[in-house]
Design a protein around this ligand. Structure first.
Ligand SMILES: NC(=O)c1ccc[n+]([C@@H]2O[C@H](COP(=O)([O-])OP(=O)(O)OC[C@H]3O[C@@H](n4cnc5c(N)ncnc54)[C@H](OP(=O)(O)O)[C@@H]3O)[C@@H](O)[C@H]2O)c1
Length: 255
């Protein structure tokens, strides 16, 4: 199955980058999509077969531009991996100025929930809809990145809900695309190190708590998730569709 075209949103960092490297090792062509041009270009420069494609996937016009590029350059998409996402905490927004701020504290709440759904749900939905007619049929693969938070909550609920929303979308998509021989699955990681996900927010204490929740006593790596995605995209997984696979060292079950 070498030589496949693999579109990876969020492909410039973390899980997406590890996924690009894993597919490239198989001789596939990863297309790295992300907002920061310098990040996807630097990542692509390190991977012989990779192509950088800067775009903000919350913007329908940008998703359409990505689809046009893919159509002209490759024609068909073999694998679509949606790794773009984030907690939303790193995105600029209004301060929670309390009841005296314009819109009150609800303005900050509205912003947090809107950002979460735009960054985690809308990016994946827009790129899928832009490319669904180009998916290799049979054999195409669509893979979403959810989170352990979809099962356990995420504090405010906004991030968790925006990831959980991907599950029914994937189930509907799997039903629609199944007759074309395309599988659709979701991978839900637990705590994964060596990504930009937590920014500067990770403390040694929080890390220790997250690791202690696993049954194997270690944090996840981007490679753990990348290899799961690679397997789901392989011929060996062709009868697996409409599933959510958790990669978290057993942490969702807790102790
Ligand atoms: N790390 C964890 O512990 C963990 C756990 C569970 C789930 N996840 C999920 O796994 C996925 C990958 O995250 P990661 O851990 O690898 O973190 P990461 O390094 O922050 O990767 C997220 C990527 O998404 C891109 N992105 C964000 N908004 C985008 C947009 N509007 N358009 C295009 N690209 C966008 C970012 O690049 P730009 O900023 O340049 O756009 C970045 O490359 C995310 O969906 C995350 O929610 C992570």
């Amino acid at each position: 199955m070498a030589g496949r075209t693999v579109i990876i949103s969020g492909g410039g960092t973390g899980i997406g980058l590890a996924t690009a490297r894993a597919f490239a090792r198989d001789g596939d062509t990863p297309v790295l999509v992300g907002r920061r041009a310098e990040v996807v270009e630097r990542a692509a420069a390190d991977i012989a077969t990779a192509v950088a494609l800067p775009a903000d996937l919350t913007d329908p016009a940008e998703a359409a531009r990505v689809a046009r590029f893919v159509a002209e350059r490759f024609g068909t998409v073999d694998v679509l991996v949606h790794s773009a996402g984030g907690s939303g905490l790193l995105e600029p927004g209004p301060d929670n100025g309390g009841a005296d701020a314009p819109g009150g504290a609800l303005a900050a709440t509205a912003h947090a929930w809107t950002v979460a759904f735009r960054v985690n749900t809308l990016t994946a939905v827009l790129l899928t809809e832009a490319l669904r007619d180009r998916l290799a049929s049979p054999g195409g693969r669509v893979l979403f990145l959810s989170s352990i938070a979809a099962y356990r909550g995420s504090g405010t609920g906004a991030y968790a809900a925006s990831k959980a929303a991907l599950h029914p979308y994937a189930f509907d998509l799997a039903r629609d695309l199944g007759p074309r021989g395309v599988t659709v699955n979701v991978v839900a990681p637990g705590y994964i190190e060596e990504t930009e996900f937590f920014g500067d927010a990770m403390t040694p204490e929080r890390r220790a708590t997250l690791v202690a929740q696993t049954l194997d006593g270690r944090p996840g790596t981007p490679g753990d998730v990348a290899e799961t995605l690679r397997w789901l995209a392989s011929h060996a997984a062709s009868h697996i569709t409409s599933q959510v696979i958790q990669v978290n060292g057993g942490a969702e079950r807790g102790h």
